[in-house]
Write a protein that binds this ligand. Structure first.
Ligand code: ATP
Ligand code: MG
Length: 692
């Protein structure tokens, strides 16, 4: 180096060289050295840009610093060893990378290119060369190395399956342990095996590789791959195209999400079941009719479980059970008519099943069952059996039972849980229906009561209306009856007043008529007052033992004149030794008088009236019979009402109080009164009294 002989500074060549030196070395990154090949490696030449390390050329040229002093102490041994190796191998040019220490202590990497200079005898006299600062490149290299190491570590240690495949043919060129674990294959079965493709759907893989080719990356693609054992694994695939050794490759990561998917699916199924339960419960609880509720339940449960038979067995007090609702597929027999066959059967059921418990039998043939129950399962083709109790309030209503008949079925926990929940909903529906039933029957009772009371009220109103009508008729008749004698009296008195003179002569017959008229008015008014007072305060009786024959004889004797007037015949048929009756003489006389005078008044002249009495136990029955015109049934119904008068008696002076009072009197005596009559065949009034 620089061993060029310069022919004077002004030589054009030497000028160019000076400029080159100025441009390339003084300001460039390359520092040129010439060392003596002997300790202490004194520097004979160094280009001025040694300044880049904080030194001056003079520092070296003066011998103040030799080159070995700027070498990094850790690198000196290896540099010397290398040089010695080159020398002994007689290699005259060599390259070395090592570190030097700058004047300010900073450490920098340099690339050293050295040439060995020998004298004519071949002895090494000098080393010449240049030293290039490569610190930045070294730093870059080490960063790259670090990141490569990091990647390799991440690749090997990743818990997710990682692979590097060729983009063009999908061949695996590198895989990590997690991939081998996830797929169950060995390294040899995978690497560079063109046919190896664990994807369940190989076409799907090809499609994803096309996307990678187009877009350079794929993120979070869900797919299924097959483990060597055959089980399917769900993976989440993310990949990017990377260039490795100039070839496009796919770096992929697959996370096993099988468990997550299963959990998600389970959560989803649980939510669906919950929703279904809500819908089924709503349908079951829609009705308040118990049978309808039970029928809906068995239908819904059978559809949900997809079983052959679902039924509800209701327990009576002896807990023998009766099938109250059933839903069954066509290919299975119905259990509706099932009944325990004998005492032993009942005993087995009671002993084997605890009614508060739920039962889930996967394969009933594998169970140690009592013979009668085994027979039941055989008779009704039961292969698998599930039963949960239905608890209404505190009581067990029965069991909700499912039978699988065409195959053995292992009941899943969530199915058992579902049926239990549904049984709870069913219990609520049953309770509602029972409450509704109670309310219904209460309602019916209440309605019946209201209807009865309404009818009673209606009759009372009708009675009242009739009473008002009768009262109107009576008032009219009464005023009419009073008017006639008063008008008569008024006329007679006017006639007298029209006569002259202070003193008037009145004939006895006129006075008698006036007196009779007043008497009649008084009688009318008295009768009215009496009826009123008996109505208000009741009739006060003074009872005593009475000999009936004698008593009737007296009444007949008193009525003799009246009988004559009506040309009537009065007959007393009561025996002299007839038992004594307990009666108020005055009141009983009024009864007889009214009944006998009625017979006179309301029949044509010449009627025959017969009085008789018969005794029955502690009662006697009196009759007053006539052979007159009789009374029709319609009138008979009202005869004993206040102010009722028969149609044929409008002209009479009666006011319709007689029979009303008779009834009041007889009732006060503790007896009954009534009538037997047919139009044209006479009338018989009867009443009872107590024996004294
Ligand atoms: P009162 O007795 O107050 O003077 P009254 O005789 O009309 O008036 P009741 O004695 O109550 O009243 O009789 C009611 C009606 O029954 C009579 O108006 C009459 O039409 C009918 N009646 C009663 N007894 C007979 C009878 N023996 N035969 C036919 N009709 C009778
Ligand atoms: Mg009368």
């Amino acid at each position: 180096m620089l061993e060029i002989e310069l022919n004077g500074a002004n030589h054009p060549q030497s000028r160019i060289l000076a400029q080159l030196q100025e441009r390339l070395f003084t300001n460039g990154p390359v520092t040129i050295f010439r060392w003596v090949a002997q300790e202490p490696w004194s520097v004979e030449y160094v280009s001025p840009n040694v300044r880049q390390w904080g030194y001056e050329a003079e520092d070296f040229l003066s011998g103040r610093i030799n080159y070995s002093q700027v070498l990094h102490p850790d690198d000196v041994a290896s540099i010397v060893a290398e040089i010695e190796a080159y020398e002994s191998a007689r290699i005259n040019t060599y390259r070395q990378d090592y570190r030097i220490v700058c004047a300010n202590g900073e450490v920098r990497w340099v690339h050293d290119y050295s040439v060995v200079v020998r004298n004519s005898s071949g002895v090494v006299t000098h080393y010449e060369g240049y030293v290039l600062d490569i610190t930045e490149r070294k730093q870059g290299e080490s960063a790259l190395k670090e990141s490569e190491e990091k990647f390799a570590k991440a690749f090997r240690c990743s818990p997710d399956a990682m692979t590097i495949t060729r983009l063009k043919d999908g061949c695996f060129i590198d895989i990590n342990k997690s991939f081998l674990d996830a797929t169950g294959y060995t390294q040899e079965e995978v690497i560079e095996q063109a046919k190896f493709n664990p994807w369940v759907n190989p076409a799907e893989r090809a499609k994803v590789y096309q996307i990678l080719q187009r877009q350079g990356s794929v993120n979070g693609y869900e797919y299924q791959f097959r483990h060597k054992s055959g089980t399917i694994v769900v993976g989440l695939f993310s990949a990017e195209v990377v260039i490795i050794n100039g070839e496009p490759c796919v770096l992929s990561v697959t996370t096993d999400i099988t468990e997550r998917k299963r959990t998600e699916l389970e959560v989803l199924r649980a939510a669906q079941r919950e929703k279904l339960l809500g819908e089924m419960a709503a349908r079951i609880r829609q009705s308040l009719n118990l049978q309808e509720i039970l029928e809906t339940t068995v239908k819904e449960v059978r559809q949900f479980l997809q079983v052959n038979r679902v039924y509800i067995v209701q327990f009576d007090r002896q807990v023998q059970g009766q099938i109250v609702a059933e839903s069954v597929t066509d290919d299975c027999s119905s259990l509706l008519a099932w009944k325990p066959r004998n005492e032993a059967h009942i005993k087995e059921i009671l002993e084997y099943f605890i009614i508060e418990r739920a039962y889930a039998f996967g394969d009933v043939t594998q169970l140690e069952l009592p013979p009668e129950i085994r027979q039941d399962f055989l008779d009704y083709q039961v292969r698998s059996f599930l039963a949960v109790p239905i608890v209404v309030g505190e009581q067990i209503f029965g069991h909700l039972v499912a039978n699988q008949c065409n195959r053995v079925r292992l009941w899943e926990d969530n199915e058992i849980d579902f049926v239990k929940k549904l049984a709870n909903q069913l219990a609520i529906a049953i309770q509602q229906a029972q409450l509704y039933q109670q309310v219904q029957s209460l309602n019916t009772d209440l309605e019946g009561l209201v209807q009865k009371r309404t009818e009673e009220l209606y009759h009372k109103v009708q009675e009242l209306q009739e009473l008002y009508r009768i009262k109107d008729v009576f008032l009219h008749a009464f005023s009419h009856d009073l008017r006639t004698p008063i008008m008569g009296t008024s006329l007679v008195l006017n006639n007298f007043l029209n006569q002259d003179g202070e003193t008037l002569i009145v004939s006895r017959s006129i006075l008698k008529r006036l007196q009779e008229g007043s008497e009649k008015q008084l009688n009318l008014i008295n009768a009215l007052l009496e009826a009123h007072s008996s109505e208000v305060s009741g009739i006060v009786l003074y009872c005593q033992p009475l000999a009936l024959c004698e008593f009737i004889q007296e009444v007949i004797a008193d009525l003799e004149p009246l009988a004559n007037k009506y040309k009537a015949t009065l007959i007393n048929l009561v025996n002299i030794d007839f038992p004594l009756v307990n009666a108020d003489v005055v009141q009983l006389r009024r009864v007889f008088e009214n009944l006998i005078t009625n017979a006179f008044k309301y029949n044509p002249p010449g009627v025959t009236v017969t009085v008789n009495a018969t005794s029955e136990a502690n009662r006697i029955r009196c009759t007053v019979a006539d052979d007159g015109i009789g009374i029709n049934l319609e009138q008979q119904e009202h005869l004993f009402d206040l102010y009722y008068r028969g149609s044929q008696s409008r002209a009479s002076t009666g006011i319709g109080l007689g029979l009303y009072l008779c009834r009041q009197i007889i009732k006060s005596h503790g007896g009954d009164i009534g009538i037997n009559s047919l139009p044209g065949e006479g009338t018989t009034f009867w009443f009872t009294l107590l024996v004294a």
